[in-house]
Ligand binder design. Structure first.
Ligand SMILES: [Zn+2]
Length: 485
């Protein structure tokens, strides 16, 4: 039998997209997987022997994550899928009520501009007026936000609000097609505004060049018809999900990683939310993010276009959509599937007995493991300058690079021993507890996780991380090239 492994988890399974297993129920398959790939134990199981809450296990399109489902007999041709967080379907009522549709008209120029929509029986003049009357918030003007914003503008969405606090960088141009080379170092929202204006000057473009938090999210989205989540971190995703759920705003969700993408719709007419699917995010560093793992250039175009298409269908009220379902697409092997997302009656935000009533009262930093717990010993670190000095002084120390192999091929760290984070606990005997050990990764977050993992595994030697990671040390590494690279 085959178990399909979602892209973010493949590092724990020898980089395979599927594993051939023997077993006739979930329990025996999980045992087989963790015996064959011991590093995967930590990511699959929680302390009680259940499934980690950021992992879902599907047989076909059915969620079988709960342990009481683990002993049901499987058929030999059943497809089993392990799906981690990265983050219905009946024709629906439209999101724009008739009164609002009747308030807008289409002038001659608009009839010409949107002629190809007017030709479609399902859209027509009524549908186009609904699009014009709609007010949509796009969270993030990066890779996914680019096609979403551009297609919403091209389709004639009346009000588009874009929220993003980043400036355009050169590396953004590989996938963020809304920005161009002359926009580098400009705010993404300014560049997005120019592109939208070039498409259609009549669109009411609003923007917030601000990082979202629990204090500002509600005022940013209150009163809008629909939110599209094009962010790339768990803190933003849960914050957006919760604010939408509490305000009763439907949420279209898009996510990308390397070659794999997902689209879903949450919180539509009392349907499930992100927390129903993934009650908790993974620990930082356990599953790589899009920024660390990379992504192929057209993938956000594919996923963002589907997200924009779902948004338009919801606004007009046509077709079948992804409410209560999650579409996953593997662009490397051209596979796609749709899995059902069940409403969790115990969901703290949309369940029968909720416990979160205001986003301001919930600690998203702590929930996403971005805070250091009080009883946790803080990790000591070196700044790039300090580490460079120690290397030049030939101080005795061991440098361990915990990045994935594909990341190291971009920039090698000189004289580092390479041990991917998943293998650290098992290979701790390769470290010398009498010497200082410095851990390096891309951004300095996984190296902290590496140190905590080794502490947990009982390693007692002195350990330090490189603050800000190799990203922060880049310039020094280049300037020292002759000396010690
Ligand atoms: Zn929920």
């Amino acid at each position: 039998m085959k178990v399909y492994i979602s892209a973010t988890l493949r590092g724990f399974f020898g980089r395979n997209s599927f594993v051939e297993v023997s077993g006739d129920d979930i329990k025996s398959i999980l045992n087989f997987l963790t015996d064959e790939y011991p590093d995967s134990k930590k990511v699959i199981f929680n302390a009680d022997g259940g499934l980690n809450s950021f992992i879902r296990l599907y047989v076909g399109d059915e969620d079988r994550s709960e342990p009481d489902q683990w002993y049901r007999k499987l058929k030999p041709d059943d497809e089993v899928l392990l799906l981690p967080s990265i983050a219905g379907g009946a024709p629906s009522d439209n999101l724009i009520p008739d009164e609002r549709r009747k308030e807008v008209g289409l002038d001659d120029q608009e009839v010409e501009r949107f002629g190809k929509h007017l030709l479609l029986r399902e859209i027509g003049v009524k549908g186009q007026k609904r699009i014009k009357a709609s007010r949509v918030v796009v969270m993030g003007a990066g890779a996914l936000g680019s096609p979403v914003i551009q297609y919403l503008a091209a389709a004639g969405v009346g009000t588009i609000k874009v929220v993003d606090d980043n400036d355009v960088s050169l590396e953004d141009l590989q996938s963020q097609v809304i920005h161009s080379a002359r926009d580098v170092k400009r705010p993404r929202v300014a560049s997005a505004r120019d592109t939208v204006r070039n498409t259609n000057r009549n669109i009411n473009f609003e923007s917030e060049n601000e990082r979202i938090n629990a204090d500002n999210i509600v005022s940013m989205i209150d009163g809008y018809d629909l939110v599209i989540d094009c962010t790339g971190d768990h803190r933003s995703r849960y914050l957006i999900n919760d604010a939408c759920a509490l305000l009763g705003i439907p949420l279209v969700f898009g996510a990308i990683y390397q070659y794999e993408g997902r689209v879903g719709i949450f919180n539509l007419n009392g349907g499930p939310c992100l927390r129903c699917l993934f009650p908790e995010p993974p620990e930082p560093g356990l599953v790589p993010t899009c920024a660390e793992g990379g992504t192929i250039s057209p993938l956000p175009g594919i996923i963002g276009s589907i997200a924009a298409n779902e948004a338009l269908k919801l606004i007009i009220g046509i077709g079948e959509h992804l409410d209560g379902r999650l579409l996953t697409i593997d662009s490397l092997y051209l596979g796609s599937r749709i899995v059902k997302v069940k409403k969790d009656r115990k969901c703290p935000i949309c369940g029968a007995d909720p416990s979160i009533f205001r986003v301001e009262d919930f600690d998203y930093e702590e929930f996403c493991h971005l805070k250091t717990a009080e009883d946790e010993i803080p990790v000591e670190g070196f700044t790039p300058e300090e580490l460079a000095r120690r290397i030049e002084d030939k101080d005795p120390m061991t440098i361990i690079d915990v990045r994935e192999p594909h990341e190291r091929s971009i920039m090698r760290f000189p004289d580092a021993i390479v041990i991917p984070i998943g293998q650290l606990a098992r290979r701790k005997d390769e470290l010398d507890p009498d010497k200082d050990t410095v851990f390096v990764c891309r951004e300095g977050k996984r190296s902290i996780l590496a140190i905590n993992t080794l502490r947990e595994a009982g390693y007692n030697g002195p350990m330090y991380n490189l603050k800000g990671g190799i990203e922060a040390m880049k310039d020094i590494m280049f300037s020292h090239e002759g000396a010690w690279l």
